[in-house]
Design a protein around this ligand. Sequence first.
Ligand code: ADP
Length: 357
Amino acid sequence: MISKEYINDILKGYDLNKLKICTLGSHTALQITKGARDEGFENLLLCTKKAAGFYRELPAVDDVLEIDSYGDILLDEIQDELIDRNVILIPHGSFVEYVGSKNIIESLRVPMLGNRLVLEWESDRKMERRWFEEANLKVPREFKSPDEIDCLVIVKFPGALGGKGYFLVKNSAEFHRKLKVIDLPENIKKDYTIQEYVIGTRFYPHFFYSPLDDKLELLGMDIRYESNVDGLVRIPNVIQREIEIDPSYVITGNVPVVLRESLLPDLMNVGRNLVKTSKGLFKPGIIGPFCVEMICTPELEFICFEISGRIVAGTNLFIRGSTYSDVLYDEPMSCGRRICREIGVAIERYKLDEIIY
Ligand code: ADP
């Protein structure tokens, strides 16, 4: 594991006037580069050949370093070059997916925003469930064996599949029938999670926790747009029955949403409980952006089923700020920009080592 002392030593050697904000050219790179620019930092994107041309043309992008594949960020010569260029990495969803949380924790020597350990917690279903439970949050029921299924359930598979292959069943016979025909590798098929399908409205709030001020902010909120389930609801029930199409949950986009205002205090408590618990589970706890995937029931309770401990793609809706960030800031405040602001404040207060790991 890359130790905190190692990262602190690298930070000590950095010329803070030449700091560069860097990430992979994908996912939320647009708002991270624009946010860096708005906060007075230079930025650098690591891009594959295919993505390089697109990002180079954008006015907010300062520099692009081409690599053959995103995993190449682990190559010693690339890491040395990034350190030579005073880089701070910002992890995002594609970053974690392509490089892998284990590799980031074990072998990435370049300073990175946030506590790396959170990447392990957010990418393991059992660990995130433990985090939710210790934070006293409500979670969907889970069934150890298909024989126990006694309600509508969603069957999920590991890895950042973006909902690929997930299916709904009402009993064990249906479970076995559908599992047999699902188009996934056998080792992934075996590692299913059977979860109660919670019927309600989904909300994906974008939180930001500043350890410098011990303050939690709500920067925005979205709902994932998923194919084909969000298309199926446009077909009348009688026709759905005739065509017998199973729903799938592949993410294809995001739509903005606001929460009924009277529920906001409860929502902030969900975020606060997660921050507080994280400090005990993986010291010093979560730093910066995170998002909780939740369903609000008719009883107005939040059932939490997933957490991302880094910037999420839904924040791309709010490059010019959201209803919620506008309440907190008199300027357009994207999540990418908020990250860069935290880095700027940390430099001013000589506390960079408190947010970089
Ligand atoms: P991934 O980890 O691949 O992003 P998620 O756990 O976020 O998968 O699930 C994908 C989608 O499936 C969610 O966005 C939501 O629409 C739906 N979903 C997941 N779990 C539940 C649940 N317990 N009840 C209802 N819908 C769910």
